[in-house]
Design a protein around this ligand. Sequence first.
Ligand SMILES: Cc1ncc(COP(=O)(O)O)c(C=O)c1O
Length: 502
Amino acid sequence: MENASAPANYFNLKEMKHIVDALDRNKKVFPNILNCVGNTPLVKLTNIPKEEGLDCDIYAKCEFLNPGGSVKDRIAYRMVLDAEERGILKPGKSVIIEPTSGNTGIGLALAAAVKGYRCIIVLPEKMSDEKVNTLIALGAEIIRTPTEAPSESPESNIMVAKRLVTEIPDAVLLDQYNNVCNPLAHYDTTAEEILWSLDDNVDMVVIGAGTCGTISGVAHKIKERCPKCVIVGVDPYGSILAQPEELNASDVQVYEVEGIGYDFLPRVLDRTVVDKWVKTDDLKSLPMARRLIKEEGLLCGGSSGSAMWGAVQAAKSLKRGQRCVVILPDSIRNYMTKFISDQWLEVRGFKSVPSNDKLWWWNKPLSEDLVKVIPSISENSSPSQAITMLGKSDTSILAVVNDKGSIQGIFTADYARRRLANLSGSTKEGLDKFIIKKYYKVNLNNKPSFGALSRILDISPFVVVVRTESTIEKPKGIFTSENLISLITNGNVMNGNGVLSE
Ligand SMILES: Cc1ncc(COP(=O)(O)O)c(C=O)c1O
């Protein structure tokens, strides 16, 4: 993706047309749900600032209370209004296509549902099923793309969306990465609301950086009206937004927090208005998001934790009476099966497995003889060969290995069915299209406890067991609830020779 630096007058937001109605805070009835986008509450935090020893006041801008559940409702509505006004979007005819991490898609699908547009959303596989189900419920069509695909590759969500626009008649790409309506929506509404709430007196605003529409738009307006205010951007490690000069696309790594960080500089990012950057990671962000929920009652998402963690770092420089605003972009709804689940956090090492002294087996380590062996298949095989191998085995899972025996993923009957039934897959495709790369696994070298295994089995039907031998991660089998109950009730060990004694 080109590093699209904006032309000199691109951020001349003051001169642009402001088409969103001024807020009417006393309206009793709204014409439709799109008129309820924005005007989110600013809430003073009670507990976290105190615990973190901060002297200043921290206020959360609760963007998760938007109708679609995120800050992106604002830009979606704004881009649609603008495109309609300019005759680019034609009601009853145009098809909206957008690459997104999900929330812009939900905002667009919401607008499309109310206004009657067909809507196609292209989003990476990393994004939660909760977002996908919300999009489907809103009537959008979904295309998933590989998370690891660099934004310039033909497989990325951005490139797939660009291709579809050329193939589908009357398709329109509103393009949140380049569309000035993205920062403009925040210049006109988000920033106005913050300034209104705090009587134009704010010392710091902390904002997570994705497309950077929020940070650019908010910063431009706030700097006009409250020049003393420090604008802080929060960017995950693995993204180049904070240090484009130091990182390149090859440094990109995958992280769990959704919606922030990129491997290119979107045109809607104006780095000149960001005073300070804070880098975060999952380990800082996700527990902080859970604290916002538990200690402040704010039902927000993972990137809210990133922004809050960044705010706690940056606001240490503020004194008593000074005011810091942190934007909480989306809601708990998107992550009910992800970081809201303790087990999900534990498997990824973001939380420790709870102790349980009452169960004699909880702390005992898994050994190789207690694992149910599964067949391995070469990554060079075909889907048909994998299906035949499954038929001959007594499991519904195969380990897919390379020439050195290193596990590359798993092949399951369940995913093969889904691919053939729901994703227009064919057995003529390569095996790589059928491989699951994200699955729950434990490594015998780490001596996983049965307690830890039981916690994983709360959220997954099986756990893949591997062992690292001379730096190669080799599959050893799977462990299931059947194995566990058989062992702890002293029944027969499934397909293994070992016994677990008290
Ligand atoms: C959950 C979440 N947080 C933060 C952001 C970042 O907002 P922006 O794209 O305005 O930088 C997004 C954007 O998609 C998001 O979905």
